[in-house]
Write a protein that binds this ligand. Structure first.
Ligand code: NAP
Ligand code: ZN
Length: 358
Protein backbone atom coordinates (compact mmCIF):
# COMPACT_ATOMS: atom_id res chain seq x y z
CA UNK A 1 0.00 0.00 0.00
CA UNK A 2 2.78 2.40 0.89
CA UNK A 3 4.08 2.29 -2.68
CA UNK A 4 0.80 3.70 -4.01
CA UNK A 5 0.25 6.40 -1.36
CA UNK A 6 1.05 9.70 -3.17
CA UNK A 7 3.34 11.35 -0.64
CA UNK A 8 5.34 8.18 0.00
CA UNK A 9 8.29 9.36 -2.02
CA UNK A 10 11.30 8.58 0.13
CA UNK A 11 13.21 5.38 -0.64
CA UNK A 12 14.51 3.57 2.41
CA UNK A 13 16.74 0.51 2.71
CA UNK A 14 15.66 -2.03 5.25
CA UNK A 15 15.19 -5.71 5.93
CA UNK A 16 11.94 -7.62 5.62
CA UNK A 17 10.43 -11.06 5.95
CA UNK A 18 8.37 -11.94 2.84
CA UNK A 19 6.66 -15.05 4.21
CA UNK A 20 6.44 -17.23 7.30
CA UNK A 21 9.62 -19.16 6.47
CA UNK A 22 11.24 -16.72 8.87
CA UNK A 23 14.01 -15.49 6.58
CA UNK A 24 14.72 -11.76 6.54
CA UNK A 25 16.26 -10.22 3.41
CA UNK A 26 17.09 -6.70 2.15
CA UNK A 27 14.06 -4.68 1.15
CA UNK A 28 13.85 -1.19 -0.34
CA UNK A 29 10.55 0.55 0.28
CA UNK A 30 8.96 4.01 0.47
CA UNK A 31 8.18 6.17 3.46
CA UNK A 32 6.01 9.28 3.58
CA UNK A 33 7.48 12.75 3.26
CA UNK A 34 8.06 14.49 6.56
CA UNK A 35 4.69 16.10 7.39
CA UNK A 36 4.03 19.13 9.61
CA UNK A 37 3.69 16.96 12.73
CA UNK A 38 6.43 14.51 11.79
CA UNK A 39 10.07 14.04 12.62
CA UNK A 40 12.53 12.12 10.46
CA UNK A 41 14.96 9.89 12.31
CA UNK A 42 18.23 8.39 11.14
CA UNK A 43 17.93 4.95 12.74
CA UNK A 44 21.12 3.93 14.52
CA UNK A 45 20.05 0.94 16.60
CA UNK A 46 17.09 -1.39 16.82
CA UNK A 47 16.54 -4.08 19.45
CA UNK A 48 15.33 -7.49 18.31
CA UNK A 49 12.28 -8.29 20.41
CA UNK A 50 10.70 -11.75 20.57
CA UNK A 51 7.59 -10.07 19.15
CA UNK A 52 9.57 -9.52 15.93
CA UNK A 53 10.02 -13.27 15.75
CA UNK A 54 6.29 -13.88 16.39
CA UNK A 55 5.46 -11.56 13.46
CA UNK A 56 8.20 -12.82 11.13
CA UNK A 57 6.98 -16.40 11.60
CA UNK A 58 3.30 -15.39 11.65
CA UNK A 59 2.81 -17.08 15.05
CA UNK A 60 -0.28 -14.99 15.72
CA UNK A 61 -1.73 -15.31 12.18
CA UNK A 62 -1.90 -11.52 11.64
CA UNK A 63 1.28 -10.73 9.71
CA UNK A 64 0.97 -8.61 6.55
CA UNK A 65 3.99 -9.48 4.40
CA UNK A 66 6.43 -8.04 3.59
CA UNK A 67 6.98 -7.12 7.22
CA UNK A 68 9.85 -4.84 8.28
CA UNK A 69 10.12 -5.60 12.01
CA UNK A 70 11.65 -3.51 14.77
CA UNK A 71 10.08 -1.42 17.53
CA UNK A 72 13.02 -0.75 19.83
CA UNK A 73 14.43 2.11 17.80
CA UNK A 74 16.98 4.74 18.73
CA UNK A 75 18.53 7.36 16.48
CA UNK A 76 19.05 11.01 15.67
CA UNK A 77 16.53 13.51 14.33
CA UNK A 78 17.40 14.79 10.88
CA UNK A 79 14.25 16.79 10.08
CA UNK A 80 11.29 18.27 11.94
CA UNK A 81 7.92 19.47 10.61
CA UNK A 82 6.54 22.99 11.01
CA UNK A 83 4.28 22.03 13.95
CA UNK A 84 7.04 20.33 15.92
CA UNK A 85 8.40 22.28 18.87
CA UNK A 86 9.56 19.61 21.31
CA UNK A 87 12.23 18.08 19.03
CA UNK A 88 15.02 19.57 16.96
CA UNK A 89 17.55 18.32 14.45
CA UNK A 90 20.33 16.41 16.23
CA UNK A 91 18.20 15.24 19.18
CA UNK A 92 18.74 11.69 20.45
CA UNK A 93 15.37 10.01 20.34
CA UNK A 94 13.58 6.71 20.58
CA UNK A 95 10.50 5.14 19.00
CA UNK A 96 8.80 2.12 20.47
CA UNK A 97 5.73 0.13 19.45
CA UNK A 98 3.26 2.97 18.88
CA UNK A 99 2.79 4.69 15.52
CA UNK A 100 -0.73 6.11 15.78
CA UNK A 101 -3.90 6.22 17.87
CA UNK A 102 -7.16 8.18 17.52
CA UNK A 103 -5.99 11.12 19.73
CA UNK A 104 -9.65 11.80 20.63
CA UNK A 105 -10.90 9.04 22.93
CA UNK A 106 -10.73 9.16 26.72
CA UNK A 107 -7.82 6.72 26.71
CA UNK A 108 -5.80 8.90 24.34
CA UNK A 109 -6.65 12.05 26.29
CA UNK A 110 -5.70 10.34 29.54
CA UNK A 111 -2.24 9.22 28.32
CA UNK A 112 -3.39 5.62 28.00
CA UNK A 113 -3.23 5.61 24.22
CA UNK A 114 -1.64 2.15 24.27
CA UNK A 115 -5.20 0.90 24.94
CA UNK A 116 -6.89 3.05 22.25
CA UNK A 117 -9.16 0.95 20.03
CA UNK A 118 -7.57 2.52 16.97
CA UNK A 119 -4.02 1.92 18.09
CA UNK A 120 -1.59 1.18 15.27
CA UNK A 121 1.87 -0.26 15.71
CA UNK A 122 5.25 0.81 14.36
CA UNK A 123 5.21 -2.17 12.00
CA UNK A 124 2.42 -4.34 10.64
CA UNK A 125 0.05 -1.46 11.43
CA UNK A 126 -2.05 0.81 9.22
CA UNK A 127 -1.19 4.48 9.54
CA UNK A 128 -3.67 7.38 9.29
CA UNK A 129 -2.95 7.73 5.55
CA UNK A 130 -3.80 4.08 4.88
CA UNK A 131 -0.22 2.93 4.42
CA UNK A 132 1.18 -0.15 6.12
CA UNK A 133 3.78 0.73 8.72
CA UNK A 134 7.36 -0.52 8.47
CA UNK A 135 9.59 -0.75 11.53
CA UNK A 136 13.12 -0.12 12.66
CA UNK A 137 15.01 -2.79 10.75
CA UNK A 138 15.60 0.09 8.34
CA UNK A 139 17.87 3.07 7.93
CA UNK A 140 15.32 5.86 8.31
CA UNK A 141 11.97 6.42 9.99
CA UNK A 142 9.30 9.12 9.73
CA UNK A 143 7.28 9.30 12.94
CA UNK A 144 4.52 11.51 14.27
CA UNK A 145 5.92 13.70 17.07
CA UNK A 146 3.38 12.28 19.56
CA UNK A 147 4.99 8.83 19.44
CA UNK A 148 8.61 9.86 19.84
CA UNK A 149 10.56 10.17 23.12
CA UNK A 150 13.82 11.78 24.18
CA UNK A 151 16.70 9.50 25.20
CA UNK A 152 18.63 11.02 28.13
CA UNK A 153 22.22 12.06 27.30
CA UNK A 154 23.64 9.64 29.87
CA UNK A 155 22.20 6.55 28.14
CA UNK A 156 24.15 4.99 25.25
CA UNK A 157 21.80 4.63 22.27
CA UNK A 158 22.60 0.95 21.66
CA UNK A 159 22.05 -0.21 25.24
CA UNK A 160 18.99 2.02 25.57
CA UNK A 161 17.21 0.71 22.46
CA UNK A 162 15.52 -2.31 24.15
CA UNK A 163 14.05 0.00 26.77
CA UNK A 164 11.61 1.26 24.09
CA UNK A 165 9.68 -2.01 24.20
CA UNK A 166 11.13 -4.50 26.69
CA UNK A 167 11.81 -1.77 29.25
CA UNK A 168 8.42 -0.08 29.16
CA UNK A 169 6.60 -3.42 29.00
CA UNK A 170 7.94 -4.46 32.41
CA UNK A 171 7.96 -0.94 33.86
CA UNK A 172 4.23 -0.57 33.03
CA UNK A 173 2.95 -3.29 35.38
CA UNK A 174 5.59 -2.47 37.97
CA UNK A 175 4.14 1.01 38.18
CA UNK A 176 0.51 -0.04 37.83
CA UNK A 177 0.74 -2.49 40.74
CA UNK A 178 3.02 -0.27 42.81
CA UNK A 179 5.71 -2.95 42.80
CA UNK A 180 8.72 -0.67 43.06
CA UNK A 181 8.95 -0.64 46.85
CA UNK A 182 12.19 -1.56 48.63
CA UNK A 183 12.02 -4.86 50.47
CA UNK A 184 9.12 -6.31 48.46
CA UNK A 185 9.67 -9.69 46.82
CA UNK A 186 9.33 -9.91 43.05
CA UNK A 187 9.37 -13.03 40.88
CA UNK A 188 10.40 -12.77 37.23
CA UNK A 189 9.37 -15.68 35.03
CA UNK A 190 11.56 -16.08 31.93
CA UNK A 191 15.01 -14.55 31.82
CA UNK A 192 15.13 -13.05 28.33
CA UNK A 193 14.94 -9.51 26.98
CA UNK A 194 11.96 -8.43 29.10
CA UNK A 195 12.94 -10.45 32.15
CA UNK A 196 16.46 -9.10 32.50
CA UNK A 197 15.26 -5.50 32.50
CA UNK A 198 12.62 -6.32 35.12
CA UNK A 199 15.47 -7.48 37.37
CA UNK A 200 17.39 -4.28 36.75
CA UNK A 201 14.43 -2.05 37.67
CA UNK A 202 13.67 -4.13 40.74
CA UNK A 203 17.26 -4.07 42.00
CA UNK A 204 17.52 -0.30 41.42
CA UNK A 205 14.55 0.09 43.78
CA UNK A 206 15.79 -2.34 46.42
CA UNK A 207 13.48 -5.29 45.82
CA UNK A 208 14.34 -8.92 46.47
CA UNK A 209 14.25 -10.76 43.12
CA UNK A 210 13.57 -14.42 42.41
CA UNK A 211 14.09 -15.58 38.84
CA UNK A 212 11.85 -18.46 37.75
CA UNK A 213 13.52 -20.04 34.75
CA UNK A 214 13.74 -23.15 32.60
CA UNK A 215 17.48 -22.59 32.04
CA UNK A 216 19.88 -23.76 34.79
CA UNK A 217 22.73 -22.29 32.72
CA UNK A 218 21.45 -18.77 33.44
CA UNK A 219 21.67 -18.98 37.24
CA UNK A 220 25.25 -17.86 37.81
CA UNK A 221 24.93 -14.84 35.54
CA UNK A 222 21.52 -13.89 36.84
CA UNK A 223 22.98 -13.60 40.32
CA UNK A 224 26.43 -12.21 39.53
CA UNK A 225 25.75 -9.96 36.56
CA UNK A 226 22.15 -8.91 37.15
CA UNK A 227 21.98 -9.09 40.94
CA UNK A 228 19.13 -11.61 41.29
CA UNK A 229 18.82 -12.94 44.85
CA UNK A 230 17.21 -16.29 44.18
CA UNK A 231 16.94 -18.60 41.15
CA UNK A 232 14.28 -21.27 40.83
CA UNK A 233 14.10 -23.87 38.08
CA UNK A 234 10.43 -24.01 37.10
CA UNK A 235 10.66 -27.60 35.88
CA UNK A 236 11.90 -28.83 39.28
CA UNK A 237 8.83 -29.40 41.51
CA UNK A 238 10.98 -29.52 44.66
CA UNK A 239 12.46 -26.09 44.03
CA UNK A 240 9.03 -24.70 43.20
CA UNK A 241 7.55 -26.23 46.36
CA UNK A 242 10.30 -24.68 48.49
CA UNK A 243 9.23 -21.22 47.28
CA UNK A 244 5.46 -21.50 47.67
CA UNK A 245 3.77 -18.36 49.11
CA UNK A 246 7.02 -16.40 49.07
CA UNK A 247 6.47 -13.57 46.55
CA UNK A 248 4.49 -10.32 46.59
CA UNK A 249 4.34 -9.97 42.80
CA UNK A 250 5.34 -11.93 39.72
CA UNK A 251 5.94 -10.67 36.18
CA UNK A 252 5.58 -13.43 33.60
CA UNK A 253 7.52 -12.69 30.40
CA UNK A 254 7.49 -16.16 28.84
CA UNK A 255 6.95 -16.30 25.08
CA UNK A 256 5.65 -19.90 25.00
CA UNK A 257 2.62 -21.68 26.45
CA UNK A 258 3.11 -22.83 30.05
CA UNK A 259 0.90 -23.63 33.02
CA UNK A 260 0.14 -20.71 35.33
CA UNK A 261 -0.89 -22.87 38.31
CA UNK A 262 2.59 -23.61 39.71
CA UNK A 263 3.57 -19.97 39.21
CA UNK A 264 0.51 -18.67 41.07
CA UNK A 265 1.40 -20.92 44.02
CA UNK A 266 4.62 -18.94 44.48
CA UNK A 267 2.60 -15.79 45.32
CA UNK A 268 1.74 -14.80 48.86
CA UNK A 269 -1.96 -14.49 49.68
CA UNK A 270 -3.46 -11.60 47.66
CA UNK A 271 -0.39 -11.50 45.42
CA UNK A 272 -0.51 -10.34 41.80
CA UNK A 273 0.67 -12.14 38.67
CA UNK A 274 1.26 -9.65 35.86
CA UNK A 275 1.40 -11.31 32.46
CA UNK A 276 3.24 -9.59 29.62
CA UNK A 277 4.47 -12.58 27.57
CA UNK A 278 2.34 -13.33 24.52
CA UNK A 279 2.26 -17.05 23.69
CA UNK A 280 0.24 -17.92 20.58
CA UNK A 281 -2.14 -20.31 22.41
CA UNK A 282 -4.25 -20.05 25.59
CA UNK A 283 -2.56 -20.98 28.84
CA UNK A 284 -3.86 -23.19 31.63
CA UNK A 285 -5.25 -21.13 34.51
CA UNK A 286 -6.45 -23.44 37.31
CA UNK A 287 -8.91 -21.93 39.78
CA UNK A 288 -7.58 -23.49 43.00
CA UNK A 289 -4.39 -21.40 43.35
CA UNK A 290 -6.51 -18.34 42.56
CA UNK A 291 -9.34 -18.94 45.05
CA UNK A 292 -7.26 -20.42 47.87
CA UNK A 293 -4.76 -17.59 47.58
CA UNK A 294 -7.11 -14.68 46.79
CA UNK A 295 -4.68 -13.93 44.01
CA UNK A 296 -5.03 -11.70 40.95
CA UNK A 297 -3.92 -12.28 37.37
CA UNK A 298 -3.50 -9.19 35.23
CA UNK A 299 -2.10 -8.29 31.83
CA UNK A 300 -0.79 -5.21 30.07
CA UNK A 301 0.60 -4.06 26.76
CA UNK A 302 3.75 -1.92 26.65
CA UNK A 303 3.02 1.54 28.16
CA UNK A 304 1.93 5.01 27.09
CA UNK A 305 4.33 7.53 25.57
CA UNK A 306 4.18 9.54 28.82
CA UNK A 307 5.16 6.44 30.83
CA UNK A 308 7.87 5.58 28.32
CA UNK A 309 9.45 9.03 28.75
CA UNK A 310 9.15 8.69 32.52
CA UNK A 311 10.83 5.27 32.38
CA UNK A 312 13.67 6.54 30.17
CA UNK A 313 14.29 9.50 32.48
CA UNK A 314 14.40 7.10 35.42
CA UNK A 315 16.89 4.90 33.55
CA UNK A 316 19.01 7.99 32.95
CA UNK A 317 18.88 8.84 36.65
CA UNK A 318 19.65 5.33 37.92
CA UNK A 319 21.93 4.44 35.00
CA UNK A 320 19.80 1.46 33.96
CA UNK A 321 20.79 0.07 30.57
CA UNK A 322 20.28 -3.26 28.83
CA UNK A 323 22.70 -6.16 28.49
CA UNK A 324 23.01 -6.52 24.74
CA UNK A 325 24.78 -8.35 21.96
CA UNK A 326 25.31 -5.84 19.17
CA UNK A 327 25.01 -7.40 15.71
CA UNK A 328 25.33 -6.17 12.14
CA UNK A 329 22.43 -6.58 9.69
CA UNK A 330 24.12 -9.54 7.95
CA UNK A 331 23.62 -11.42 11.21
CA UNK A 332 19.81 -10.86 11.44
CA UNK A 333 18.80 -14.39 10.46
CA UNK A 334 21.37 -16.00 12.72
CA UNK A 335 20.25 -13.77 15.58
CA UNK A 336 16.60 -14.69 14.99
CA UNK A 337 17.50 -18.39 15.06
CA UNK A 338 19.40 -17.93 18.29
CA UNK A 339 16.51 -15.91 19.77
CA UNK A 340 14.14 -18.76 18.89
CA UNK A 341 16.51 -21.21 20.61
CA UNK A 342 16.68 -19.08 23.76
CA UNK A 343 20.37 -18.36 23.11
CA UNK A 344 20.76 -14.65 23.83
CA UNK A 345 22.15 -12.68 26.76
CA UNK A 346 19.81 -10.80 26.87
CA UNK A 347 18.90 -8.79 23.77
CA UNK A 348 20.26 -8.64 20.25
CA UNK A 349 20.53 -5.06 19.07
CA UNK A 350 20.92 -4.36 15.39
CA UNK A 351 23.64 -1.87 14.49
CA UNK A 352 21.49 -0.46 11.69
CA UNK A 353 23.90 2.23 10.54
CA UNK A 354 26.82 -0.18 10.14
CA UNK A 355 27.78 -1.32 6.67
CA UNK A 356 26.36 -4.74 5.93
CA UNK A 357 26.99 -7.33 3.27
CA UNK A 358 23.44 -8.65 3.42
P1 NAP B 1 12.91 -13.67 24.98
O1 NAP B 1 14.08 -12.77 25.06
O2 NAP B 1 12.93 -14.78 23.99
O3 NAP B 1 12.64 -14.24 26.45
C1 NAP B 1 11.57 -15.12 26.74
C2 NAP B 1 12.02 -16.06 27.84
O4 NAP B 1 10.96 -16.99 28.09
C3 NAP B 1 13.21 -16.93 27.50
O5 NAP B 1 14.42 -16.29 27.75
C4 NAP B 1 13.02 -18.12 28.42
O6 NAP B 1 13.53 -17.81 29.73
C5 NAP B 1 11.51 -18.22 28.55
N1 NAP B 1 11.00 -19.31 27.71
C6 NAP B 1 11.13 -19.47 26.38
N2 NAP B 1 10.51 -20.58 25.96
C7 NAP B 1 9.96 -21.13 27.05
C8 NAP B 1 9.16 -22.29 27.29
N3 NAP B 1 8.82 -23.11 26.28
N4 NAP B 1 8.73 -22.55 28.55
C9 NAP B 1 9.07 -21.73 29.56
N5 NAP B 1 9.86 -20.63 29.40
C10 NAP B 1 10.28 -20.34 28.17
O7 NAP B 1 11.58 -12.85 24.65
P2 NAP B 1 11.19 -11.33 25.03
O8 NAP B 1 11.61 -10.44 23.93
O9 NAP B 1 11.60 -11.06 26.41
O10 NAP B 1 9.59 -11.42 24.92
C11 NAP B 1 8.86 -12.32 25.75
C12 NAP B 1 7.39 -12.35 25.37
O11 NAP B 1 6.80 -11.09 25.67
C13 NAP B 1 7.12 -12.60 23.88
O12 NAP B 1 5.98 -13.44 23.77
C14 NAP B 1 6.80 -11.21 23.35
O13 NAP B 1 5.98 -11.24 22.21
C15 NAP B 1 6.06 -10.65 24.53
N6 NAP B 1 6.02 -9.18 24.59
C16 NAP B 1 4.90 -8.61 25.09
C17 NAP B 1 4.82 -7.24 25.21
C18 NAP B 1 3.63 -6.61 25.83
O14 NAP B 1 3.40 -5.42 25.60
N7 NAP B 1 2.85 -7.30 26.63
C19 NAP B 1 5.89 -6.43 24.79
C20 NAP B 1 7.03 -7.04 24.31
C21 NAP B 1 7.10 -8.42 24.20
P3 NAP B 1 14.26 -18.93 30.64
O15 NAP B 1 15.39 -19.44 29.81
O16 NAP B 1 14.68 -18.15 31.82
O17 NAP B 1 13.22 -19.97 30.94
ZN1 ZN C 1 8.79 -5.76 21.62
Amino acid sequence: MAETTPNHTQSVSGWAARNSSGEVTPFVFKRRENGADDVTIKVLYCGMCHTDLHYIRNDWGITMYPVVPGHEITGIITKVGDNVSNFKVGDRVGVGCLAASCLKCDLCKNSEENYCEQLQFTYNGIFWDGSITYGGYSKMLVADKRYVVHVPESLPLDKAAPLLCAGITVFGPMKQHNMLQAGKKLGVVGLGGLGHIAIKFAKAFGLHVTVISTSPSKEKEAKERLGADNFVISTDPKQMQANVRSLDYIIDTVSAVHSLGPILELLKIKGTLAIVGAPDKPMELPSFPLIFGKRTVSGSIIGSIKETQEMLDLCGKYNITCEIELVTPDYINKALDRLAKNDVRYRFVLDVASESKL
